[in-house]
Design a protein around this ligand. Structure first.
Ligand code: C2E
Ligand code: CA
Ligand code: CA
Length: 534
């Protein structure tokens, strides 16, 4: 029977055993769990391994019910020093007992499938498979004279596949992959399904190419699954220090897998030290973004747009900055890709749009003629109708003329859905700017599909075009085309006098870039506008 002060590991293990082996009674949990033959066995084996100790007083050498002794336990860090042993022994025993149970089930021809479907049963099977896998890998790490590689992979957008085709179909895919792994893995090549769609293979090799060949072979087999093309992402860690904990090796393969998922050029990536940093960064952003909005850490910066001939400000672009109280200034390239993935960009954009409206209102109130200010509209907004409403509400709330708020959209592919959404925005009366033109993804077709008012030439495009005579001709023709189509044209990222002169000669009058001005806090921009007004 349970005594006060019994080691918590025992209680926890009892519950696990109870649930896994299906003998716990929810109405009388303690009696049932503690009075069972299996749990007696556990306590017996635990006591033997712990040299007769089962309660906290013995394990810690202090009595936790006495405040004085409790203070000593805390002061001397006794829990950290003495409890890990009990925890490790419990895990080891649990694994052994669960494995014995499975053996019993198999030997007596009780199929686990016959047992009513029960989550615990599948967890049980998983624990045992995992244990086998780890044992084999440890053995390999200990004895192999060849190199050892960890390959971890998963399916890109598996959640979407599950949502679209149903979980049963998702399970079918996982079974299929497992079957291919069983057929592909040879001697000293071990695999396991870690969770959901994440698999891992550990294998021997001599040259790194062998790992890639293995992956390609596996991929070919996986690709024979029905009509659907599965996109996989593979992370590889090649073991350089065999004394490292196996979990750490796994973590490294996992980091490489996550990086591979984001890489558009290759779906196989080998672990590099930098991954750790970028994962920390992602975690930092995800954990801090909510507070950043609540505490107004996001700041709107404005970068003026100039007319070369008039030599005056004709507009501005709003660019977000994250002023973190400890980390300092964080630039959009560090956090926008991450918050675009998790959808949080919507909140940040709404925030910046409101700041812009507020700024324009302020100019009106103070009788300073304001120029149009453009905001960036992430692609994420174009997936639903919310942004149109948000923009209308803001314009009403701050009573600003619609033509002073311009929208920058980056169209990265010919996408009819995006074009439709852009068309809707245009119909409501917004000025649409096509951002990053010539950055590699945009095509001339988009100009046909979507009613942009202006194109913004990407910095790289302008730079590249100016280095050769051929490039200059292309750039000239783009400017000519824009003029003929009555599209406005603005060159971004202009840094030098030579660029300004060339652009002017070509007929591109509007520019934005460090040559004239860097993005600045809104107060500074306001002062600039005031000066220009005088
Ligand atoms: P973008 O929309 O193409 O913005 C122009 C970027 O070029 C800005 O970088 C700006 O600071 C930088 N830039 C301007 N002139 C020069 C120059 O002469 N030389 C160089 N080297 N750079 C110049 P920033 O502010 O770091 O923003 C990067 C990107 O992040 C933006 O590219 C935009 O795609 C995105 N972004 C920024 N703010 C927001 C926002 O509020 N919402 C959304 N959705 N995206 C934003
Ligand atoms: Ca932009
Ligand atoms: Ca741009």
């Amino acid at each position: 029977m349970r005594q006060g002060g019994t080691c918590g590991c025992i209680t926890a293990a009892m519950l696990v055993l109870g649930m896994a082996l299906g003998f716990h009674d929810p109405l009388d949990r303690e009696l049932e769990v503690y009075g069972n033959q299996k749990t007696d066995e556990f306590i017996h084996r635990f006591t033997a391994k712990m040299d007769g100790m089962t309660n906290c007083r013995d394990i810690l050498g202090k009595d936790i019910s006495k405040p004085k002794e409790l203070a000593v336990i805390r002061k001397e860090g006794l829990i950290f020093q003495k409890c890990p042993r009990a925890i490790n022994i419990s895990i080891e025993l649990l694994e052994e007992m669960l494995e014995d149970h499975l053996k019993y089930v198999t030997e007596n021809n009780i199929s686990l499938k016959d047992i009513p479907d029960n989550d615990m049963q599948s967890i049980l099977k998983k624990i045992i498979r995992n244990r086998h896998f780890r044992r084999n890998v440890n053995q390999l790490l200990f004895s192999s004279t060849r190199e050892i590689g960890f390959i971890q992979f998963d399916i890109r957008k598996f959640k979407i596949i599950n949502d679209l085709y149903g979980e049963k179909f998702g399970d079918e895919i996982l079974d299929f992959i497992e079957k291919q792994l069983r057929e592909t893995c040879r001697e000293n090549q071990f695999f396991v399904n870690l969770r959901s769609d994440v698999f891992m293979v550990v294998m021997e090799y001599d040259l790194e190419e062998e790992l890639v060949t293995f992956i390609r072979l596996l991929e070919q087999k996986i690709n024979s699954f029905k009509s659907i093309k599965l996109q996989m992402a593979y992370g590889v860690y090649t073991v350089d220090d065999r004394n490292m904990e196996m979990r750490q090796m796994e973590d490294r393969a996992a980091m490489a897998r996550k990086a591979a998922k984001q890489n558009i050029l290759s779906n196989i990536l080998f672990y590099k030290e930098q991954f750790k940093e970028s994962l920390y960064n992602r975690k930092f952003i995800e954990e801090n973004m909510q507070a950043a909005i609540a505490e107004r850490q996001f700041k709107m910066y404005l970068q003026p747009k100039y007319s070369i001939t008039k030599n005056e400000i004709i507009g501005a672009e709003a660019l977000v900055r994250w002023q973190h109280p400890e980390r300092g200034m964080i630039y959009p390239s560090e956090f926008i890709p991450i918050i675009e993935e998790n959808g949080f960009i919507k909140k940040v954009d709404y925030y910046i749009w409101e700041e812009v409206c507020h700024f324009i209102r302020n100019c009106i109130l103070k009788n300073v003629a304001c120029c149009p200010i453009s905001v960036n509209v992430s692609r994420v907004h174009l997936q639903d109708n919310e942004c149109i409403q948000v923009l209308s509400d803001l314009i009403m709330k701050y009573e600003i003329p619609r033509n002073l708020l311009e929208l920058e959209i980056t169209e990265t592919a010919d996408d009819p859905q995006l074009s439709r959404k852009a068309l809707q925005l245009k119909e409501v009366g917004y000025t649409l700017l096509m951002d990053d033109f010539g950055s590699g993804y945009s095509s001339l077709n988009i100009l046909l599909e979507t009613p942009f008012d202006m194109i913004k030439l990407d910095k790289k495009f302008v730079e590249n075009m100016m280095v050769s005579s051929k490039g200059r001709i292309i750039l000239e023709q783009v400017v000519l085309m824009a003029n003929q189509l009555k599209l406005g044209i603005l060159a971004e990222g202009v840094e030098t006098k030579e660029q300004i002169e060339q652009l002017q000669r070509m007929g591109c009058d509007q520019v934005q870039g460090f040559y004239y001005s860097r993005p600045m806090p809104n107060e500074t921009f306001f002062t600039l506008l005031e000066k220009q007004n005088q």
